[in-house]
Ligand binder design. Structure first.
Ligand SMILES: Nc1nc2c(ncn2[C@@H]2O[C@H](COP(=O)(O)OP(=O)(O)OP(=O)(O)O)[C@@H](O)[C@H]2O)c(=O)[nH]1
Ligand SMILES: Nc1nc2c(ncn2[C@@H]2O[C@H](COP(=O)(O)OP(=O)(O)OP(=O)(O)O)[C@@H](O)[C@H]2O)c(=O)[nH]1
Ligand SMILES: [Mg+2]
Ligand SMILES: [Mg+2]
Lengths: 277, 292
């Protein structure tokens, strides 16, 4: 659409709108335009198309570094803990991951670690049934750390390859809830010293700049080893993950592109950047 | 927040004597950046800044001894009035049973908000019927049933094998027969670009003629809040907005974006996961939150 247009004020404003409109954020957008602007000033970029491609390359460089597939431990159950704020798609993502890895021949077990929200256990139970895998659960109001403990014991006993632990949604600013998450993590180490092997933060693509705060605080509390961004089948672009990648350097594992069990893909930087434009 | 930023900008400008329009442009740029950082939509931020530019280049600022304070006041006043001059409550002005339909994107907090509204209405001595009309999400009906049980509020026994439209119709019939005052219908989360699902909401609206169609939006929503809200409003002619998860640190710029493009009143805010965590929306408090 921009084609052979000359590079001028209007074009820069147009690109600004695209970047900010994709939730890339003011600071990150300006940084990108600034760095690409140098190349414009040095006459390296001749027209709008060249400029647009330079921007894409800039973003792709940041994101490409985070393309990193989830890998399993050579022996013993690999434990994945899924965390994030309320309603982002943790439980649904676990349902998708469970089936996917089962199809890859893995022995998968999931744990209903959300003992707080109404029908959270029932919801995950249905996903377990859909995938045809076992679920470890207690009752509503049980201690999530106890569920985590039991599930790791069960994973070891059954020779599970993968254990995915669901946790209740929680706002990153709630100290007591973040402490609860730390406790769940501590309890896991009692059974398997280096568990959890993956702490996956789920971020909703409709989220604006608050996702940066989420990533920072969850990282500070439990240390993140992976990111998943959901609801990319909607109109939001999820550009906030660029700032997260730039600042925290956490691998981006998966993207959610729908509510069905098959709607999960490995993160691909090129496709992600293409979708922004 | 914005106050410190503007104080900094004005301090740097002060040394040069009387303020010029060009100086004000610098100040406006700072304001626009602050709004964008708070997730206000790009176009909405631009319009907002253009609107206050008029006042910012007037006497009250250029001749003021405390120009930063003047500008902050203008910004705050303008934002508060944009967000809605006064409190706006639920409209229950119809022959009972009055129907309220909750809509929005996936995970925004509709089901939880339904239970919060039920509790509020029960406290106002209304006989409330909660209607789980989400037959798609696993255990959605169970979720609303459990929430209703905790509140001792009746929950319609939705049959998951029939359509949400049929459930809504039957539930309204049930409400009439059993003299309920208010019917709260919880719908499945959906994308505004999902035509069949948006059409489904239209059909439910047609069938039960809701007095309120509430758009439930997550306070941490980014730039797309505008497109999502516009589409829901265009298709359904929503009557109000509820912004959830304001107990976090999301600045909530989506509130300004949604109000600016739909013109529909922001009625309540969600401030927690429990059924008592629903508060009326106060424009001045929201303005402070976005600006600070
Ligand atoms: N369109 C779309 N919807 C999604 C996606 N992932 C999850 N959802 C929907 O988002 C809503 C919330 O998903 P959940 O899995 O319950 O989210 P959660 O993070 O576990 O929520 P809490 O446990 O309450 O914090 C559901 O309606 C899901 O179907 C996605 O990739 N695309
Ligand atoms: N902290 C906080 N959490 C909230 C608030 N409102 C809802 N939630 C939580 O957000 C998550 C999603 O809430 P739901 O009520 O299931 O959302 P929904 O819109 O019905 O989701 P779908 O039906 O899947 O579209 C749950 O974990 C709720 O407890 C709020 O105001 N504050
Ligand atoms: Mg969940
Ligand atoms: Mg719901």
């Amino acid at each position: 659409v921009l084609g052979k247009k000359t590079i001028d004020e209007d074009l820069i404003e147009e690109l600004e709108e695209v970047l900010i409109g994709a939730d890339i954020g003011v600071k990150t957008s300006y940084d990108i335009l600034e760095s690409v602007g140098d190349r414009v000033r040095r006459k390296e970029l001749g027209d709008a198309d060249a400029l647009k491609n330079a921007i894409k390359e800039e973003i792709q460089a940041i994101l490409h570094r985070e393309e990193s597939v989830f890998t399993f431990k050579p022996e013993g159950p690999t434990v994945m803990m899924v965390v994030g704020v309320n309603g982002v798609g943790k439980t649904t993502t676990i349902g998708k991951l469970a089936l996917r890895y089962k199809k890859e021949g893995k022995n998968v077990l999931i744990a209903a670690g959300d003992t707080f929200r109404a029908a959270a256990i029932e919801q995950l139970q249905i996903w377990a049934e859909r995938a045809g895998i076992d679920i470890v659960k207690h009752h509503d109001g049980a201690d999530p750390a106890a569920v985590a403990y039991d599930s790791i014991e069960a994973a070891k006993a059954r020779g599970a390859d993968l254990l995915i632990v669901d946790t209740a949604g929680r706002l990153h600013t709630k100290i007591n809830l973040m402490e609860e998450l730390k406790k769940i993590k501590r309890v896991m180490t009692k059974v398997i010293p280096d568990a959890p092997h993956e702490v996956l933060l789920v971020v909703d693509a409709t989220t604006g700049q608050n996702a940066i705060s989420q990533a920072k605080l969850f990282n500070e509390s439990v240390g993140l080893t992976g990111l998943a961004i959901t609801k990319l089948d909607g109109t939001p672009k999820g550009g906030v993950i660029i700032a997260i990648a730039d600042e925290l350097d956490i691998p981006i594992r998966y993207i959610g592109v729908g509510e069905g069990v098959e709607d999960l893909r490995d993160f691909n930087a090129a496709e992600f950047v293409e979708a922004i434009f | 927040g914005l106050t410190e930023k503007l104080n900094g900008v004005f301090k740097a400008l002060k040394g040069r004597g009387k303020l010029t329009e060009k100086d004000i442009d610098l100040v406006l740029k700072e304001i626009r950046m602050a709004l964008l950082e708070a997730d206000v939509n790009f176009k909405v931020a631009k319009q907002f800044v253009a609107a206050i530019r008029e006042r910012a280049v007037g006497q009250e600022v250029l001749e003021s001894l405390t120009p930063a304070q003047q500008v902050i006041k203008i910004v705050r006043d303008e934002m508060t009035s944009l967000l809605g001059e006064k409190r706006c409550d639920l409209d229950l002005g119809a022959r009972p049973p009055v129907t309220i339909l909750l809509t929005g994107l996936q995970g925004s907090g509709k089901t939880t908000t339904c239970s919060k509204l039920a509790r509020r209405l029960k406290n106002e001595k209304k006989k409330v019927l909660l209607v789980p009309a989400d037959t798609h999400r696993p255990a959605a009906i169970t979720q609303l049933k459990k929430l209703g049980q905790d509140l001792a509020v009746d929950v319609y026994n939705s049959d998951p094998s029939i359509s949400p439209l049929e459930i809504s119709r039957k539930a309204l019939e049930y409400a009439r027969t059993n003299t309920f005052d208010v019917v709260l219908i919880d719908s499945a989360g959906r994308l505004q670009i999902d035509e069949p699902l948006m059409q489904e909401l239209c059909e439910i609206k047609e069938a039960v003629d809701p007095k309120e169609i509430l758009f439930v939006a997550d306070a941490m929503t980014g730039q797309e809040a505008v497109n999502v809200a516009l589409e829901f409003d265009k298709v359904l002619d929503i009557t109000g907005v509820i912004l959830t998860k304001l107990d976090g640190d999301a600045r909530g710029g989506a509130a300004l974006s949604i109000k600016a493009v739909t013109g529909k009143p922001l009625k309540f805010i969600g401030t927690g996961e429990k059924s008592d965590a629903l508060e009326p929306f106060y424009p001045d408090r929201m303005a402070s939150r976005i600006l600070d």
